[in-house]
Ligand binder design. Structure first.
Ligand code: FEO
Length: 164
């Protein structure tokens, strides 16, 4: 059984994952309209993954005797300056998500909820991969700069890449 405090913390995380999914969906749609089909495929997949992260939490909360709350969400930004901006925003967003996950883990330790602590380790590992991937993409974009041919190849590469 999860305590009320942990239940709240996990419901907060459900909202974070839901927001991530909406945010990346908005980025995907923007890239789609700008002719970056590879980037948009990558981001559509990433958005789906965030939804899976949310669902995993919903199932866990309900299995542990809590009640998962489905959040309402603010409209995400729908315009972006460039592909570079998108991945910079994505990286910063993932860093915030990591901090949020650390807060949940910290709450588990304080409450001695080792079961939820164990469950959350999957998210801790996931964040290492997501941050590394975003950093790697930003490094590539920095190398490409304003080179249109480079950006074309980058788009193709992202279309073929798993989001992690
Ligand atoms: Fe589920 Fe990208 O954090």
């Amino acid at each position: 059984m999860v305590s009320a405090h942990i239940e709240n913390a996990l419901n907060g995380q459900i909202e974070v994952e839901a927001r991530s999914s909406q945010y990346y969906l908005s980025m995907a749609s923007w890239a789609d309209t700008k002719g970056f089909s590879g980037v948009s495929q990558f981001l559509y997949r990433h958005s789906d993954e965030e939804r899976q992260h949310m669902l995993k939490l919903i199932h866990y909360v309900n299995e542990r005797g809590g009640k998962a709350v489905i959040p309402s969400l603010d409209k995400p930004p729908s315009d972006f300056d460039s592909i570079q901006t998108i991945f910079k925003d994505l990286f910063e967003h993932e860093q915030r998500v990591t901090r949020q996950i650390n807060e949940v883990v910290d709450a588990c330790l304080k409450e001695k909820d080792y079961t939820t602590h164990n469950f959350m380790q999957w998210y801790v590992s996931e964040q290492i991969e997501e941050e590394a991937l975003a950093r790697n993409i930003l490094d590539k974009l920095a190398l490409i700069g304003n080179d249109k041919g480079g950006l074309y190849l980058f788009d193709r590469e992202l279309g073929a890449m798993q989001s992690h």
